[in-house]
Design a protein around this ligand. Sequence first.
Ligand code: NAG
Ligand code: NAG
Length: 438
Amino acid sequence: MALQWFLYVAAAVATINWAKSLQTDRVVCFYDSQSRYREGLGKVEAPGDIEASLTTCTHLVYGFAVIDGGNYKLVPVDEYQELDSGKGYYRAVTSLKKRYPSLNILLSVGGLADPVKDKYLTLLESEDNRKAFVSSARTLLRQYAFDGLDLAWEFPEIYVKKDRSTLGSLWHGFKKTFGLASSHKDEKAEEHRDGFTALIRELKNSLRPDGLLLTTTILPNVDTSIYYDLKDIVPNLDFVNVLAFNYTTPERKPDEADYPAALYQAGNRDVNHTVDGTIRWWLEKGVPANKIILGIGALGVTWKLTSDSKISGVPPIEADGPGEAGPQTKTAGLLSYPEVCSLLPNPNVNSQSTSHLLRRVTDPSHKLGSYAFRLPDSSSAAGLWVAYEDPDTAGYKGAYAKNKGLGGIAIWDISLDDFRGVCTGERFPILKAARNHL
Ligand SMILES: *[C@@H]1O[C@H](CO)[C@@H](O)[C@H](O)[C@H]1NC(C)=O
Ligand SMILES: *[C@@H]1O[C@H](CO)[C@@H](O)[C@H](O)[C@H]1NC(C)=O
């Protein structure tokens, strides 16, 4: 009898593990809590404003907590906002599980929310620092009933040499595209990689007894081959969110606008700067496909066009730094999807003043992405070039994830999707289009 029971339990556990290992339809929704400080229609307050996404999301990743530089503990970015002793947003968000019982809610640390990046490296250098982080993380997660922790660790970015533009290399031959990017000099890179591996192992050991999830998010333009010892860390992670966008941005290439998140390579551009190049690299490293989550940027990346920019708008195109900030997101170089769609001609509105509108160029090839632009004009607005994810392009990326047998998709972040449904009446159209192709 006892043996039969044991065999039954063993079989049940094996079935659960097997089902888990085949999971390919995760929909990971990042929510950046800083979006609650936007003004007017751009203000996104959880839980209310994000609820319409939660029947689509399987995982909600609440961002972002940070590291206390003095003692290396995991702490909220703003205690007054997040903790029960203040406004209690953490509790309000994890309480959503009462109404969405299958939703997993994770707390994410880092994610560019923390302007001080050195401590993300020094924490890794000592066992004591890691211990302080691990035990504070477990306490915070349990106290606020999160289902797990996501490490969107702020490793240094690869920087781009300014003088090696794609524009130049397209003109001057193939050779120059090599060495386009060179690594940020981190004298202790190996130590940091080993420290990160140890941190993940220590976190896993600490979170396992409570069945809490542990994931990591690879931020754009971090050299994965330096900091992530995939063979040793992946077995301890439930999944990895690979943010496959922002390969080119106005910060990285102020003088040249180009596709920031193309699915496939165009011309002789760097294949690593494409979704497919990135994902194939991960698969070639032997990471199981179903642990890789394709991170889609629900955002527009903008540059300012000048009178020297070519009138066709075709990238790469000469530019002059980041495009003007949008009225809601108020960040140069970035527009949310509703900000982009308000600049596109709308067939349902007749009497529009059109001088500020953009010319829209869609991508029937499904390979590169959509963009829109307007040239500078002495009588009206400044020149603008924006490459953006829309429901169509997000749909191709969802289909790509499915095709490769990946573990799902992640949307970074849902506060930049059309959460009010102002573009076409549908709420969270980018999230839903990507999900529908999965
Ligand atoms: C692409 O990225 C990988 C990992 O960082 C690197 O090893 C490889 O050399 C890169 N390829 C090119 C063409 O830059
Ligand atoms: C992506 O690029 C935009 C524009 O440069 C920037 O504002 C945003 O912070 C970037 N996001 C990530 C995750 O790198």
